[in-house]
Design a protein around this ligand. Structure first.
Ligand code: NAP
Length: 254
């Protein structure tokens, strides 16, 4: 039995990395998927991949910082696939790396808009659709950065991703009675373009791998499986939580 049979899901940040693999996995597990990111060619490729393997998907390209995109994605899920059950609010960017005292306010605002305000916009339109549907699962991709480990130059990213956890907890209590679950997924270092930006030489790769108890980066497919857990009925009594899929980076001291 497929884990998302009959479900409709939105996946943001689907043009690469964790979102790309999660959209494919959700579709393999029976979900009809609405995918988004800015790069439309990558989205077209993803939709073709999903359709080639017998799944259903539709793409809508746009900038996650725009509220109108959040509303259009939900409209598309409703009009094309009849409703919305799962939202994986995953798009994100580390933004410009600067120490706090040197940070330009525009770079701060951009990181907050991309990583946090985008998720608020998403939830704002996803929740009424899920209420209408009789429930749903909302997942936010946070990170270990600013939760269990801190790195210089990542103040805005860390603050935005920590903000997601607060937003998630409030949604869990505001809409739990409507059978809407909200959870955050906290990946460790993952082998994606974003993750590779911090491990682009053999030395930095060895350093980042060594931070994890498992002494390696995650493959994006592994993080996708954790997203599937939170999306599916396998986690039916799990809400308001953080799922650490972090390779033990939070506990490692070796
Ligand atoms: P990635 O491969 O670089 O993917 C990032 C995705 O976000 C892309 O699809 C990108 O699409 C989208 N995105 C970024 N800015 C956007 C914008 N303004 N509008 C629309 N889409 C936007 O990186 P990833 O590692 O899979 O990242 C996915 C999530 O995991 C992020 O939230 C990231 O913070 C989080 N995370 C990653 C790691 C890691 O080590 N990789 C660790 C912890 C958490 P376009 O460029 O096409 O717009």
């Amino acid at each position: 039995m497929k884990q998302l049979s009959g479900k409709v899901a939105i996946v943001t940040g689907a043009s690469s990395g964790i979102g790309f693999e999660t959209a494919k996995l959700f579709a393999r597990e029976g979900a009809k998927v609405v995918v988004t990111a800015r790069r439309d060619r990558e989205l077209d490729y993803l939709v073709a991949e999903i359709e080639r393997t017998g799944g259903e998907a539709i793409a809508l390209a746009g900038d996650i910082r725009e509220e109108s995109l959040a509303s259009a994605l939900v409209d598309l899920a409703m009009s094309r696939f009849g409703g919305l059950d799962v939202a994986f609010n995953n798009a994100g960017s580390t933004g410009k790396s600067t120490s706090v005292a040197d940070m330009d306010a525009r770079d701060w605002a951009d990181a907050i808009d991309t990583n946090l305000t985008s998720a608020f916009y998403g939830a704002k339109y996803q929740i009424p659709a899920m209420v209408k549907r009789g429930g749903g699962s909302i997942i936010f991709t946070s990170t270990f950065v600013g939760n269990t480990a801190a790195f210089p130059g990542m103040g805005a990213y860390a603050a935005a991703k920590a903000g997601l956890i607060g937003l998630m907890q409030v949604i869990a209590v505001e809409y739990g009675a409507n059978a809407i679950r909200a959870n955050a997924l906290l990946p460790g270092g993952t082998d994606t373009p974003l993750g590779r930006a911090f491990s682009n030489t053999p030395e930095t790769l060895a350093f980042v791998e060594g931070l994890h108890a498992l002494k390696r980066l995650a493959q994006p497919e592994e993080i996708a499986r954790s997203a599937l857990y939170l999306a599916s009925d396998a986690s039916s009594f799990t809400t308001g939580t953080c799922l650490l899929a972090d390779g033990g980076i939070s506990v490692n001291r070796t």
